[in-house]
Design a protein around this ligand. Structure first.
Ligand SMILES: Cc1ncc(C[n+]2csc(CCOP(=O)(O)OP(=O)(O)O)c2C)c(N)n1
Ligand SMILES: [Mg+2]
Length: 330
């Protein structure tokens, strides 16, 4: 098991345990959804964040929740959970129930919660980028002090909108963090086969934007520490940054992917870099928490996910009339 390289953190025990809990929630929630899809309880396509927990929780843990905002992509469960969007509402949304975060009309790929600061997941690769800079322009004009964290994958950096929005955010010095969560594949395409540079963050300099690299995106504290630095930079009015973190998805691209393009050895190698086990080891070795304290958190997370399933299964379907509601903005 690869160890976390971070030196002992200045973070409070409470914050660290909370982030550990959120990583567990992501893992448990997505594993549960995967099982429910296989049982036919969930319609449509779902994409899982299992393996990418630290890349999500470390980044979102450094913004101000309930104040700043995020945009996300098709693989958005991890980001919503890291932002502490209600698990019951998420599970109900994924099952298409009226009690879901979007009243059951969005499903897995369109979870949004404006009050919670999630401007929306998005099935269009790169689709969140335009929304992010629009929201960032609003914050700048209204001088709210809020920043936008725009999350996307490695595959999105070859979309035209990546180049357009990075350039526009740069010239207008918008308060936005472009965050490429690099799991090294866009469906079955290895990122290295579609870019002629080593890493995506290197593109930032072409737009006059600082580029930051997190080589070990499975090290929660490495992600958090980098984000603490860039959040401050952006909040101070210096304009956008591009951050890239290397991580890996353990499961297929979506529930319909048999994953033939990756070897078992490659997947197993990454499982040895499990972000959750590593952070648990860090907490225990540094005597931040005892094994029994962590067990209690593990149990609480499993219970919360079970509860979300009960809530979603017992929730009503949306009414037929509701199909015509929430179509136009007031
Ligand atoms: C504009 C657009 N092109 C293609 C697709 C089909 N598609 C869905 S996910 C995906 C790969 C995205 O890869 P990446 O951005 O690395 O995210 P990951 O799935 O690896 O998290 C593609 C090509 C799409 N949804 N939208
Ligand atoms: Mg990818």
């Amino acid at each position: 098991m690869a160890k976390t390289k971070s030196k002992k953190s200045e973070l409070t025990k409470e914050k660290m345990l909370h982030m550990h809990r959120l990583m567990l929630d992501i893992r448990n929630f997505d594993n549960k959804v995967n099982r429910l899809v296989k049982k036919g309880k969930i319609p449509g396509m779902t994409h899982f964040s299992v393996g990418e927990e630290a890349a999500n929780v470390g980044a979102i843990g450094a913004i101000r929740k309930g104040f700043d905002m995020i945009t996300s992509n098709h693989r958005g469960h991890g980001q919503s959970i890291a932002l502490e969007i209600d698990l019951n509402g998420m599970m109900a949304e994924i099952m298409g129930k009226a009690t879901g975060t979007c009243k059951g009309k969005g499903g897995s790929m369109h979870i949004a919660d404006l009050d919670g600061g999630n401007l929306g997941a998005n099935g269009i690769v790169g689709g969140g980028m335009g929304m992010a800079i629009g929201a960032a322009l609003t914050q700048k004009m209204k001088k709210t002090g809020k920043i936008i964290l725009c999350c996307f994958g490695d595959g999105a950096v070859n979309e035209g909108t990546f180049h357009e929005t990075l350039n526009m955010a740069s010239i207008w010095k918008l308060p936005v963090i472009f965050y490429s969560i690099n799991n090294m594949y866009g469906i079955s395409t290895p990122i290295k086969s579609v870019i002629n540079i080593d890493y995506n963050y290197q593109r930032a300099s072409a737009y006059g934007v600082p580029g930051h690299f997190i080589e070990d995106g499975n090290d929660l504290l490495a992600v958090y520490n980098k984000f603490e630095e860039v959040v401050q930079y952006v909040r101070d009015g210096n304009g956008p940054v591009l951050v890239e973190a290397i991580t890996y998805r353990w499961l297929g691209h979506s529930t319909s992917d048999p994953g033939k393009y990756r070897t078992k050895e490659e997947v197993d190698e990454w499982k040895k870099k499990d972000p959750i086990e590593r952070f648990k080891g860090y907490l225990i070795e540094n005597k931040i928490a005892t094994a029994s304290e962590i067990e209690a958190i593990e149990k609480a997370s499993e219970d919360a996910v079970e509860e979300s399933v009960k809530f979603a299964l017992s929730s009503p379907e949306p009414t037929l009339e509701s199909a015509f509601e929430d179509i136009f903005a007031d």
